[in-house]
Write a protein that binds this ligand. Structure first.
Ligand SMILES: [Zn+2]
Length: 175
């Protein structure tokens, strides 16, 4: 994974949750050469993520062009919703699930199979949830969960991530 970490969180904690989210997909996905940029979103209490199929990426004018293994993921760490521990765990779970979803797209980008995509076609697009690529990713996740890769199974890494968010972003010293 080529991690671009724009948060205060440690690379190690981020790498752990990002990798486990790929494992939770229970599907072939090469993580090593994928560029993952993580930002902290101080305006949203929800994780936002997107994935893009490309061979190289250049973020800003001053940045170097980076080679990718068919994909780039951009994901945000949500700001703290409430100074309650349960809320952090919920948000951390949302982060994990969003990341798992984005790996699903990358898995398609890397696939040698001919897969149908709605996105990027000319004309009107279906609404997000009905796009072929979205429905496909939902099926991957359903199949993985049936095989035991539920969010509960990854609670350790999710909790570690939540702890790190509290440590680096909470103003409440009593947590
Ligand atoms: Zn999607």
């Amino acid at each position: 994974m080529k991690l671009i970490n724009k948060t205060r969180l440690s690379d190690k904690v981020l790498e752990n949750i990002l990798r486990d989210a790929a494992k939770a997909l229970n599907k072939r996905v090469r993580t090593t050469g994928v560029v993952v940029k993580v930002v902290y979103n101080k305006k949203s209490t929800y994780t936002n993520g997107w994935a893009l199929k490309c061979d190289t990426i250049k973020w800003g004018k001053k940045d170097k062009r980076i080679k990718t293994d068919k994909g780039v993921i951009h994901i945000s760490v949500p700001c703290l919703y409430d100074e309650l521990k349960d809320e952090y765990t919920k948000q951390a779970t949302g982060f994990f699930e969003t990341m798992r979803h984005e790996w699903g797209h990358v898995s398609d980008f890397q696939s040698k199979k001919k897969l149908a995509f709605d996105q990027g076609l000319n004309g009107r697009r279906r609404n997000h949830g009905n796009r072929l690529e979205e429905r496909r990713v939902h099926q991957y996740i359903e199949a993985a969960e049936k095989r035991g890769h539920t969010t509960d199974k990854y609670m350790n890494v999710i909790s570690q991530f939540a702890e790190e968010v509290i440590k680096k972003y909470s103003k409440n010293m009593y947590l």
